[in-house]
Design a protein around this ligand. Structure first.
Ligand code: UD1
Ligand code: MG
Length: 454
């Protein structure tokens, strides 16, 4: 039988050391909020989730509601320590779960697999399981006090003796409690310590006193890295990027300079995809099999079809949907537009709020004029249409299948299928005009005259 699990996500910290107006847990790595990563890690457990927030955390609550509508949100009125924060979710715990898993919203690199390992001892009788790590620099962390491999207590840095401070096995902070004893343990935690806080870490010694078993698991330090400062946020980003790149390479993506490619946590790359150096993926990008993303391209909220080619120097914004074998070349921006199979826009274009039909060719410098200052309007380009270079398509407008738009046109009316639209003034050439004009300025100091003399 699979065990039921309540995940409690602690997010009531103030995050003042970030020095930003944005709440700490709403900062992002890999294009996803810190709290979003943590919710993602516990999502697989199929149980209930309660997020504990501070009193003025509407923005955090809104993000939680959007990411996990079924999650409960509990408020910790005063920041009185980690055990007090867990007890803000007492009503959830009291509903009765086999396991109670406590995670921190500012510790986003923990893997789902590690949390699964942390829960495992509970199924074998342990009352408390703690996630430990060997700290390069243990200062500031709680130390795991062990005897013959058994976990006796966790001593917070400020309360530790000189001998205990020498222990390098530290508390990662995350903990699993057996549901049937969780409240009994939590409610015995007091605040007679250096900080006057209710320490969740006291759960270990209390469980021992109650004759229950506590155990510790080890995990690499990078997984339990907490984020308090901008520098730590950047470090966590680097760890996540390394993981994402490794996963992409292992899945068969070709990247000759992976260290220059910035991925999002949800980037999906198909087989035989090639990513050239210096490409940035924002959230929500899917690249299908065999597509190539060339250097210096920026993609966000976009779908790239099989065998398509993007860039170099292309920008795909949200709602860009490229079909198979589409070509989007240098300095082309695509937003909220469907580019159908085999169509191409190879140079210097803006395609927004549009459809480009199968096999159509959008010439250099073509612009969809989609915005009139108040509303956005659509441009529809038919299959196999040819849009001559430097054309402005003033939306709303439709170009029929197979139609031809002459270069330099300003198109303000629909063009029928297979028609030619010539949306520009007729060219006139006046014989001898330029020579006469120069002659009339002979001896003058104009730039043209000066250059002619040289
Ligand atoms: C905690 C552990 C410490 C461990 C370290 C790992 C305790 C007492 N100590 O210390 O053993 O080595 O994490 O990083 O648990 N929070 C609330 N409400 C509160 C207090 C904290 O929601 O009243 C939340 C914070 O937002 C944060 C988490 O709990 O997400 C941990 O709190 P923090 O103050 O960072 O604990 P540490 O002192 O780092
Ligand atoms: Mg901390």
């Amino acid at each position: 039988m699979t065990r039921t699990c309540l995940s409690i996500v602690l997010a009531a910290g103030e995050g003042t050391r970030m020095r930003t107006s944005r709440p700490k847990v709403l900062h992002t790595i890999g294009g996803e909020t810190l709290i979003g990563h943590v919710l993602g890690a516990v999502r697989g457990f199929g149980g209930a989730t309660t997020v504990v927030v501070g009193p003025d955390a509407q923005a955090v609550t809104d993000v939680v509601r959007a990411l996990m509508p079924q999650a409960e949100v509990a408020i910790q009125r005063d920041r009185r320590g980690t055990a007090d924060a867990v007890l803000a979710a007492k009503a959830s715990v009291a509903r009765g779960f086999d396991d109670v898993l406590i995670v921190f919203a500012d510790t986003p690199l923990v893997r789902s697999e590690t949390l699964r390992r942390l829960r495992a001892p509970l199924a074998h009788g342990a009352a408390v399981a703690v996630l430990g790590f060997r700290a390069a620099d243990p200062a500031g962390y709680g130390r795991l006090v062990t005897e013959d491999g058994r976990l006796l207590a966790i001593r917070e840095d400020k309360d530790a003796s000189a001998a205990e401070r020498k222990i390098t096995l530290c508390n990662g902070g995350l903990m699993a409690l057996r549901g049937d004893v969780a409240l009994a343990i939590l409610e015995r935690i007091g605040n007679a310590n250096a900080k006057g806080e209710f320490y969740l870490t006291d759960a270990v010694a209390i469980a021992r006193d109650m004759g229950l078993e506590a155990t510790a698991l080890e995990t690499p330090e990078e997984e339990v890295r907490g984020i308090n400062t901008q520098a730590q946020l950047a470090e966590a980003e680097a760890v996540l990027q390394a993981r994402l790149r490794t996963a992409a390479l292992e899945a068969g993506v070709t990247m000759v300079a992976p260290e220059t490619v910035h991925l999002a946590a949800d980037t999906q790359l198909g087989r035989d995809v090639v990513i050239e150096p210096y490409v940035v993926f924002g959230p929500g990008v899917v690249v299908e099999d065999g597509a190539r993303i060339r250097s210096f391209s920026h993609l966000e909220g976009a779908n790239v079809g099989q065998g398509a080619s993007v860039g170099p120097f292309a920008r795909l914004r949200p709602g860009a949907r490229l079909g198979p074998k589409v070509r989007i070349g240098n300095f082309v921006e695509v937003k909220e537009a469907e580019i159908e199979a085999g169509a191409a826009a190879n140079h210097l274009s803006y395609i927004g709020d549009a459809r480009v039909g199968e096999g159509a060719n959008v010439g250099a410098g073509t612009i969809t004029c989609n915005y009139d200052g108040f509303d956005k309007h659509r441009t529809d380009i038919g299959a196999r249409a040819f849009i001559g270079s430097n054309s402005a398509l003033v939306a709303p407008v439709k170009i029929g299948d197979g139609a031809y738009v002459a270069s330099g046109s300003v198109i303000t009316h629909d063009v029928p299928a297979d028609a030619l639209a010539l949306g520009r003034g007729r060219q006139v050439a006046k014989d001898g005009w330029a020579a006469n004009w120069r002659a009339s300025h002979a001896g003058a100091k104009g730039k043209t005259a000066a250059r002619r003399k040289r």
